[in-house]
Design a protein around this ligand. Structure first.
Ligand SMILES: [Zn+2]
Length: 155
């Protein structure tokens, strides 16, 4: 797929889902889980962010014109200095709350990646062994998605 950087940001804003939570992302949100088959790239969230200090995937609000893969790649590029050409998306899992959803796009690394924190939203971005993920303090949304994502990776 082609990656077309755009700076519109019309997805930035809070919404209330049908479960009564407040979420960031007027058109929902998307994140990117990069794997090499035995490891995944996770983001240690900055203290000032929602559930700061926990680990999750890089991601954020979708813009109105973006499909989930475009949004996930854009957010990952912003937060980890990822070259979108070095990953190949192969699956996704949707956490749908009604009126708001978070889609985690799973992507295979197709080149050597050295992801690192590229903006203020992260303390650290690094590879973790898949076996170690459950030992980390996880963002609640990611903790909920992880069993499903792990299954997708294992296929
Ligand atoms: Zn919700």
């Amino acid at each position: 797929m082609r990656y077309e950087p755009q700076v519109s940001g019309d997805g930035n804003g809070w919404v209330e889902c049908s479960l009564g939570h407040r979420h960031w992302g007027r058109y929902g949100a998307a994140g990117l889980l990069i794997t090499d088959g035995s490891r995944v790239v996770l983001q240690h969230r900055a203290p000032w962010t929602h559930e700061g200090g926990t680990w999750a995937v890089p991601g954020g609000a979708r813009d109105s014109h973006e499909d989930v893969v475009t949004a996930a790649l854009r957010e990952a590029a912003e937060e980890t200095a990822l070259d979108p050409g070095t990953v190949r998306p192969f699956g996704e899992w949707v956490d749908d709350h009604g009126g708001w959803s978070y889609t985690t796009v799973v992507a295979q690394a197709v080149a050597e990646l050295a992801p690192h924190a590229a903006n203020a939203e992260s303390i650290e971005i690094r590879w973790w062994s898949i076996a170690d993920v459950d030992t980390l303090p996880l963002h609640l949304g990611f903790a909920n998605a992880w069993p499903h994502l792990r299954t997708l990776i294992g296929r």
